[in-house]
Design a protein around this ligand. Structure first.
Ligand SMILES: *Cc1c(COP(=O)(O)O)cnc(C)c1O
Length: 397
């Protein structure tokens, strides 16, 4: 009998009981807006910001409506204007070039390596085209952050980190998001903490964070924030900064705070699953694993491997055979963008020149989610199915 996996690749764990209780308290209070607090009350959103800042070791944090909103806010805070160019990854997801486009700026795409990180040689060649890099740690892969920062600092390029897939990750001892001048996280359902929608933005820079808080729609209530720059920083910007509403509310913050306290344990659980799949796929003929650098502490909430230089029809066959056995794989090489999967040439509003080396890598990237609702036994089964089906097509091809 052919083994079949019957779990769901999009099923997350329930919100922790403590989060549900906190959410009920917010609902019962009727005070959902972040500035709707009683005298002396700090509020769930301000507390979440304070706790997240402490968690990553940042001075300031702002909670907002989504990860994409955080990215656009970071660009606005840096003064990126219509027509400006912004460097970014060719391998990322649509909200990244979307955020750049939302401020009227133009993405300049930088290639991807077989290690699935930004190609630093390509970046070096393009660093004189912009003074901002929106660096997407796509699917949790961190490039050599020391070298990247050295290169960007030498060219006075400001780095905004997109940490949608690296909440909980580190390069050496430095948490992901602590290299750039600002960093953005998503708390959307498919990321590492789940409030349905939501985003977090961190920085140590007084002027940037004062602008970001004003931009998010703080009115003149910014003093209620706990992880904010001193009042003087706001004096300098409060008449000059438009309100582009995108606040987080107490309900979502209440759900997130207990999840944040549990994040380190969840990272361990993701990595237990990741390592099982990785080890089981190691040595599969025709399949290239993405080896993780020693300096990288990653969060294995998804796994990628490459079917490099395969005939697209053969890759299609692997996807179909795995799907028939309940294993959902995503492919970045398909001719059309599908679901969440798209690539730089799918974003036709943004000009791009073909990048053959990047196209070769993208054409081979297979991506799979590893939700925490999968047991370790599920992971063993899933990996066995992939190994068998890749092997069958490889031998047949
Ligand atoms: C999810 C995601 C975002 C944006 O997050 P939202 O909260 O969905 O707006 C940004 N970058 C990447 C790589 C993402 O996967």
């Amino acid at each position: 009998m052919t083994e079949r996996f019957t779990g769901s690749f999009t099923q997350q764990e329930p919100i922790p009981e403590e989060g549900i209780e906190a959410a009920l308290r917010v609902l019962q209070s009727g005070r959902l807006h972040r500035y709707n607090v009683e005298a002396g009350e700090e509020g769930e959103v301000a507390l979440l910001e304070q706790e997240f800042a402490a968690h990553v070791g940042a001075k300031y944090c702002l909670a907002v409506a989504s990860g994409g909103y955080a990215l656009a806010t970071a660009l606005r805070a840096l003064g990126v204007a219509p027509g400006d160019r912004v460097l970014t990854n060719a391998f990322t997801l649509a909200p990244v070039p979307g955020a750049i486009s939302s401020v009227g700026a133009v993405p300049v795409f930088v290639g991807v390596t077989e290690g699935l990180v930004i190609d630093l040689e390509d970046l070096e060649a393009k660093l004189d085209q912009s003074n901002v890099l929106m660096l997407s740690h796509m699917r949790g892969h961190l490039c050599d952050m020391d070298r990247l920062m050295e290169m960007c600092d030498a060219h006075d390029v400001h780095v905004i980190e997109d940490c949608a897939h690296t909440m909980g990750a580190k390069w050496g001892d430095t948490p992901s998001g602590r290299h750039g001048v600002m960093a953005c996280y998503s708390t959307q359902t498919y990321k590492h903490v789940n409030s349905g929608e939501g985003g977090l933005l961190i920085s140590d820079d007084d002027a940037l964070m004062a602008r970001a808080i004003m931009l998010s729609g703080s009115y003149m209530l910014y003093e209620r924030h706990l992880a904010r720059p001193p009042a003087e920083a706001f004096e300098a910007v409060k008449y000059q900064t438009p309100n582009i509403s995108g606040r987080m509310d107490h309900l979502r913050a209440a759900i997130l705070r207990p999840q944040l306290r549990d994040l380190d344990r969840q990272v361990e659980r993701w990595n237990d699953r990741y390592r099982i799949v990785e080890e089981a796929l190691r040595g599969t003929p025709g399949l290239t694993l993405v080896e993780r650098p020693e300096q990288e502490t990653y969060v294995g909430s998804s796994i990628q491997f490459l079917l490099l230089d395969w005939d697209p029809a053969q890759i299609g066959a692997v996807l179909e055979r795995c799907a028939a056995r309940g294993v959902e794989l995503k492919w970045f090489g398909g001719p059309e963008p599908v679901a969440f999967t798209s690539r730089y040439d799918s974003w036709r509003y943004a000009p791009s020149v073909p990048m053959p080396a990047t196209d070769r890598v993208l054409a081979g990237i297979i991506d799979m989610r590893l939700p925490l609702t999968f047991s370790l036994e599920d992971c063993v089964l899933i990996a066995r199915i992939i190994r068998t089906e890749v092997g069958a097509v490889w031998q047949g091809g």
